[in-house]
Ligand binder design. Structure first.
Ligand code: SF4
Ligand code: SF4
Length: 133
């Protein structure tokens, strides 16, 4: 949760009494199934690791990587990462690509998920630029 509105929404959800409907339970199962592909820990786009002195768009890159790995959105993720790498002004995710990371380690000291950000940026770059199978 990153905004007061999200806290209010979660409090409302937690205050609802009674069992989940079959539709609600199905939705939860589907989300669990999809996010399991991301592993136990993954970037939540909180942005606490920013700013990066090299202007690497850490949350944006990980968002694209998550979309590719967890949601099968390969084409969009690759295209947007390519635009980010080429610094296209119409890119959905501006900033610098993972290749600009100089491994200063600053982001890892601020990530509440304890992610190995530097190593994961390399994996994300590799996955998002690898030749299609
Ligand atoms: S380790 Fe890389 S991504 Fe993290 S703050 Fe330093 S330059 Fe930026
Ligand atoms: S602090 Fe961690 S979880 Fe949050 S955006 Fe940065 S890498 Fe992702």
């Amino acid at each position: 949760m990153t905004t007061p509105d999200e806290i209010d929404e979660n409090v409302r959800a937690g205050s609802v009494e009674g069992p989940l409907t079959a539709t609600e339970q199905g939705l939860i199962d589907e989300i669990r199934r999809r996010t399991s592909a991301l592993g136990e820990r993954f970037c939540t786009s909180c942005g606490y690791c920013l700013p990066c002195p090299q202007e690497v768009n850490i949350p944006g890159i990980f968002r694209l990587w998550n979309l590719q790995r967890g949601y099968g959105n390969d084409a969009y993720s690759r295209l947007e990462y390519q635009k980010l790498c080429e610094q296209r002004h119409w890119a959905d995710f501006p900033g610098a690509s993972a290749e600009h990371c100089v491994e200063c380690g600053l982001c890892e000291t601020k990530c509440p998920e304890g992610l190995p950000v530097m190593a994961d940026l390399k994996k994300a770059h590799s996955d998002l630029t690898a030749p299609r199978q």
